[in-house]
Design a protein around this ligand. Sequence first.
Ligand SMILES: Nc1ncnc2c1ncn2[C@@H]1O[C@H](COP(=O)(O)OP(=O)(O)OP(=O)(O)O)[C@@H](O)[C@H]1O
Ligand SMILES: [Mg+2]
Length: 235
Amino acid sequence: MEEENTERIPTGITGLDEMLNGGIPKGHVFTVLGTFGTGKTTFALQYLWEGIQRDEKCIFISLEEGKEEIVKTGRSYGWDFQPYLDSNQIVVEKLSPADAKATINRLKSDLPRFIEDFGADRIVIDSVSLLNMLSDEPREKRERLFELCQMVKKVKATTLLTAEVKDENHRSSRDGLVEYTVDGVILLMYNQLDSQEVQLSIQVIKMRRIEHSRKIKPYDITDDGLVVHLEGAIF
Ligand SMILES: Nc1ncnc2c1ncn2[C@@H]1O[C@H](COP(=O)(O)OP(=O)(O)OP(=O)(O)O)[C@@H](O)[C@H]1O
Ligand SMILES: [Mg+2]
């Protein structure tokens, strides 16, 4: 493959990085897609924590969680973001859905400038439904999403957008848009085995320009975050 030697950004998730032959290609915009509670936010924080360990600069943009919640959630997995927030290695930006107008302004003008000045290596947007606030019009939504992808690509930040799946089929995002626009899609699935047991499983659906596994593998959410079991089979 042409770009087999592209620099990789490890996600920090055991098993997944092997499935990706090292990690996400640097500068990619990728989506972690899943239903509620499948571990999207955990994935995102684990990804940022890995960046912190590598002295990278990180930005976390969220609709629901502010600094305090992020620190609390991180600590529950043993990742203490506080000192890195203090030293400005990571920045948490909470956008309030209650104040749509202010949010739109921030997304349109302040944030692009900020991201460029800050020089982020890793960016997380949790979740992409945030962009839905920008417009009701599908075409404009698509343009905004495209703009956002272009913007983070310009600064070469490797960017994770979390997205919720539609209820009916568990493979496409709520507005069926993001998976076409981004460079990579990682799907988190929730399988009801029987009335007693559920199994979580993960699949790399696409990752442009690299060779990767397409196998569906089971994962757990543990005290150390997501762990993918490569030896495991899906039932
Ligand atoms: N320390 C832990 N050990 C094991 N499982 C945990 C632990 N902490 C959280 N979990 C599980 O992980 C789930 C939370 O995952 P997370 O918040 O990352 O999911 P999400 O996909 O972002 O959800 P949402 O769609 O609601 O934002 C919890 O519902 C819980 O089942
Ligand atoms: Mg979440």
